[in-house]
Design a protein around this ligand. Structure first.
Ligand code: F6R
Length: 618
């Protein structure tokens, strides 16, 4: 979603800001801009604001190569209020053109503030955005002290913000504040950086401080001063930005998505490393910091997340029930947070998030915590808001996931939840022999994944190619599965929608006959996920039902299951694994379907339209 970068220092700021914006591109956006504080011939300073619709590359073309200025801010906008136009792109300037503001989040009372500014102050608005009110409010309160002007402006605002403001009157200064939308400041040598995502700073500094909600910071080249919006001073210890595991470069791959699909054996190994303990048949997740006695005392487990992370949670909840006999459910975070859930002290919640910044998930965590529930994170991005809000939890160690459509994070999330289920299981119901067998099966997955990807991912002929041909020509596609494979079906359908924009739907296989089967005609491709587990025969009966109505069946089955394969127009074999582990393998062809269908249809694979990598608004 929207991204913020800022720089104050000795160097020319524009190239650094543009580089930072490029590193934020993966988050999804539709326009970009920057505001530089540039010297004038008369010895003063002015603001130079440049904005463009489209990619950062368009902005790069528009920024003069030798644009002067050693301080400035840059922004990528993902439209919420107002269309994707240059006028709505950030930065927004006040009516004097000497104050510029970039903003992530939503100003909820912008309509009344705007009316007030128009009627009482005679302000002429130039955009349809909520954010522009901030520029005019800061101007209204500005009497020469930038920090106090921003503080006063934010005092009349309700909503969420990560905001940064520059003033032409103060050539070496950025004022920034956070409330519900992340910001981090980074220390260099005679220079200071600001970003909404530490990823943007990784090339320049590793000494960082995360701002907390309702804090405001005065940034100069010497460093920063942080205080609360109510004026109380704050001091945060500088943290070391963790070395990113895995690379955020595309290397020889044409797209990040394909690279990330291929990285899964490696990212999965990292996630499992040292966590499965063959000697005891159990598992160790130090971040959970739970004794066996505490695990036994848990009465119910809730897994919260959105999108792909929710799908991983569905697999995790089933695994928890089966391995640990612990009542468990997964729920979409945005629904959970507003249904006034009943929570008791012996409930445990796991919040699953790749980015660690998803506003809906964060809201659900806060709701659970408010009601006295314990919440632990299952997060990829180290130091992210969700990781810090939960305090305890585990990192999934996928490494940077740059493509908007999640692939390697999903498999690592599933693996982390399976490890947690094994750990909880050994303290509850699971014997050492069963635990050891499950652990061994889990540890074998990276190797099996690697062989499968080697054999299938790049081949120009074979069942993946045949399946994609059916999918790209379809008006509508159905995904079916049962148990954990129903979650895989949901994930496959989500990927195909996101990346290829093909309308599709996933359904638990048996439930389909209660209505959606009416959608099936002679042309409908049906992707059925049918591993050789206890539900196989039942799901194959559902496959027969759609075949009888002329559906074109693409079937994902376990290697060697020729009987299942015979029912399909296109059959794709994946390696054998125990039932709960099958999602890690059966999702691979579905990821490739989305990638290849998107490619065939000329889609923007890594940055699908309308999507954002990190969804920081509700
Ligand atoms: C799908 C996808 C989204 C995210 C969802 C949650 O490919 O990427 O559905 O899974 O927005 O994001 P995180 O995991 O960052 O909380």
């Amino acid at each position: 979603m929207c991204g913020i970068v800022g720089y104050v220092g000795e160097k020319r700021a524009a190239p650094l800001l543009l580089d930072g914006l490029r590193r934020l591109e993966y988050r999804g956006y539709d326009s970009a801009g920057l505001a530089m504080i540039t010297p004038t011939e008369g010895g003063g300073y002015e603001l130079n604001v440049i904005r463009r619709v489209g990619f950062v590359a368009e902005l790069v073309k528009a920024v003069p190569e030798n644009l002067a200025g050693r301080a400035g801010v840059g922004h990528t906008r993902w439209a919420t209020h107002g269309a994707v136009t240059e006028a709505n792109a950030h930065p927004h300037v006040d009516s004097t053109g000497r104050i510029a503001v970039i903003h992530n989040g939503i100003i909820e009372n912008f309509a009344s503030l705007r009316a007030h500014l128009e009627e009482e102050e005679g302000v002429k608005f130039r955009s349809e955005t909520d954010s522009e009110v901030l520029a005019h409010l800061v101007r209204k309160f500005y009497t020469g002290d930038p920090l106090e002007a921003v503080r006063s402006a934010l005092a009349v605002v309700t909503g969420t913000w990560g905001v940064a403001v520059v003033f032409a009157d103060h050539a070496d200064l950025i004022i920034a504040s956070r409330n519900g939308s992340p910001l981090v400041v980074g220390k260099g040598d005679g220079e200071t950086f600001l970003a909404s995502d530490p990823h943007a700073l990784a090339n320049y500094t590793r000494s960082i401080v995360y701002l907390e909600d309702r804090e405001i910071v005065k940034i100069t080249r010497e460093g920063w001063e942080i205080s609360r919006l109510d004026g109380r001073p704050v001091s945060h210890a500088i943290e070391e930005l963790g070395i990113e595991l895995g690379s955020s470069e595309k290397g020889s791959f044409p797209h990040f998505m394909l690279k990330e699909i291929h990285e899964q054996p490696e990212s999965l190994s990292r996630c499992l490393l040292g966590r499965v303990v063959p000697e005891t048949g159990g598992a160790k997740l130090g971040g959970f910091d739970l004794t066996p006695r505490e695990i036994v005392a848990i009465r119910r487990l809730g897994i919260l997340g959105c999108g792909t992370s929710f799908h991983a949670g569905l697999v995790g909840a089933t695994a928890m029930e089966q391995l640990a006999r612990l009542p468990a459910f997964a729920e979409i975070a945005s629904e959970f947070r507003y249904r006034n859930p009943v929570i008791s002290a012996d409930d445990l919640f796991l919040a699953v998030s790749q980015s660690g910044e998803t506003a809906d998930t964060l809201g659900a965590i806060q709701e659970a915590q408010t009601k006295g529930g314990r919440v632990m994170g299952v997060v990829n991005v180290v130091g992210s808001t969700i990781a810090r809000t939960c305090g305890r939890g585990v990192y999934v160690h996928s490494g940077p996931e740059i493509a908007v459509a999640s692939t390697k994070a999903f498999t690592s999330q599933v693996a982390a939840l399976l490890v947690a289920s094994l750990m909880f299981g050994r303290s509850r119901m699971l014997g050492p022999g069963e635990g050891r067998a499950f652990g061994a099966d889990l540890l074998a997955v990276p190797g099996r994944m690697a062989s499968w990807l080697d054999a299938n991912a790049t081949s120009h002929t074979g069942p993946i190619v045949d399946a994609v041909e059916l999918l790209v020509n379809a008006r509508f596609v159905f995904f079916l599965g049962r148990g954990v494979s129903a979650a895989v079906a949901m994930e496959g359908a989500l990927k195909l929608k996101e990346v290829a924009y093909i309308p599709c739907m996933s359904y638990p296989a048996a439930e389909m006959k209660h209505g959606p089967i009416a959608l099936i005609d002679k042309q409908t491709p049906v992707v059925a996920i049918v591993p050789d587990d206890q539900m196989r025969d039942k799901t194959l009966s559902n496959v027969q039902e759609v075949r009888a109505r002329g559906a074109r069946v693409i079937l994902i089955h376990t290697e060697g299951d020729t009987e299942a394969a015979q029912l399909a127009e296109v059959a794709i074999a994946v390696p054998r694994a125990s039932a709960l582990i099958t999602p890690l393998l059966s999702v691979l062809p579905l990821q490739l379907f989305a990638y290849r269908a998107g490619l065939a249809l000329g889609r923007d694979i890594d940055r699908p339209r309308n999507l954002a990598k990190s969804v920081t608004v509700e």
